[in-house]
Design a protein around this ligand. Structure first.
Ligand code: ADP
Ligand code: MG
Length: 295
């Protein structure tokens, strides 16, 4: 762990206006992704997970708050500098079919990310594309094929290869296995874990599924209505959940319900102030939104 997190957001807010209604997708989110870690973001549909992920890779701009990458505040930078900085932050989406262009061979689509990195020699690009296909467990000759020629799991591997092309430091994976069969899910999660072992990668892993988060993540932040209500190591959250919303999420997964110790924690540090919210630290970086712990 470094003293400076790889990515840090502070007091992030995002509102959307539609038909005279305003949706507050994020209501003040602060968190940090440390070098080399896999941080899970969990919560039910509509809790703001994708909005947070899209802001982290620059696909969306926050209404308020700060975004820092590798110690530099980037939300106030010029668009050109910001794009450059965010090249090292890539995203993988739930549905690889809609995120891939059906009319382009997959090798070309993977290669576009190398272009963006400044590579212009197509022979070098082809060689790197072949290496990337290797890394994600696909045959090199698949580069010439089109997305419809692949299975769902293979398409997600292609999307991963494309995300890796610009040599990112941070990959935000937004429900990357939710559309896949359970047996294929495990293979993709294993691939993500293996890729992290090989390179200088850190993940933000968005999911609604605690079992999937438990398999891959080091820490997990629980989101509810555009806020983080609890954050801590995966084992702390599963074995000693403090917020009622986290407990509800875990109750939906019987094997986690059984593992719970039910012990009241000893509060060791008080309080962390965070964009108006008050968190208590129940030990070892496990924090809980205080309004809820007094409920
Ligand atoms: P999650 O990924 O947890 O399901 P999202 O971040 O997609 O949640 O959405 C959070 C809230 O913001 C939802 O109420 C959603 O309808 C709304 N929202 C997200 N994107 C937009 C958008 N582009 N326009 C309007 N509302 C949006
Ligand atoms: Mg989403």
């Amino acid at each position: 762990m470094t003293s400076k997190p790889l990515l840090r957001v502070e007091g992030l807010r995002k509102s959307f206006s539609a038909n005279r209604h305003t949706v507050h997708a994020l209501n003040g989110v602060s968190l940090a992704l440390e070098q080399g870690e896999t941080l899970g973001i969990i919560g039910e549909s509509g809790s703001g997970k994708s909005t947070l992920g899209r802001i982290a890779v620059g696909l969306e701009t926050p209404t308020a708050g700060e975004l820092h990458v590798e110690g530099m505040r980037i939300d106030t930078m010029s668009p050109r500098l910001r794009r450059d900085k965010l090249r090292r932050c890539q995203m993988i989406f739930q549905d690889p079919y809609s995120s891939l262009n059906p009319r382009l061979p997959v090798g070309r689509q993977i290669g576009e990310g190398l272009f963006a990195r400044g590579e212009s020699d197509w022979r070098a690009i082809d060689a790197t594309v072949a290496d990337l296909l290797d890394r994600v467990g696909l045959k090199r000759e698949f580069a010439k094929r089109y997305p419809h020629e692949f299975s769902g799991g293979q398409r997600q591997r292609i999307a991963i290869a494309r995300a890796l092309a610009p040599d990112p430091h941070i990959v935000v994976a937004d429900e990357p296995v939710s559309a896949l069969d359970v047996s294929i899910q495990a293979q993709i999660l294993d691939l993500l874990a293996e890729l992290k072992k090989q390179g200088d990668l850190s993940y933000i892993f968005i999911s609604h599924d605690m079992a999937v988060v438990a398999r891959l993540c080091d820490r997990v932040a629980v989101m509810h209505r555009g806020r983080i209500v609890e954050c801590g190591s995966v084992s702390a959250i599963i074995e000693n959940p403090q917020h009622p919303y986290t407990r509800n999420l875990l109750d939906a997964v019987p094997r986690f319900g059984r593992r719970r110790t039910g012990q009241k924690p000893v509060v060791v540090r008080l309080p962390l102030h965070n964009d108006g919210d008050c968190f208590i630290d129940v030990g070892e970086g496990h924090v809980v939104l205080q309004s809820a712990s007094s409920e």
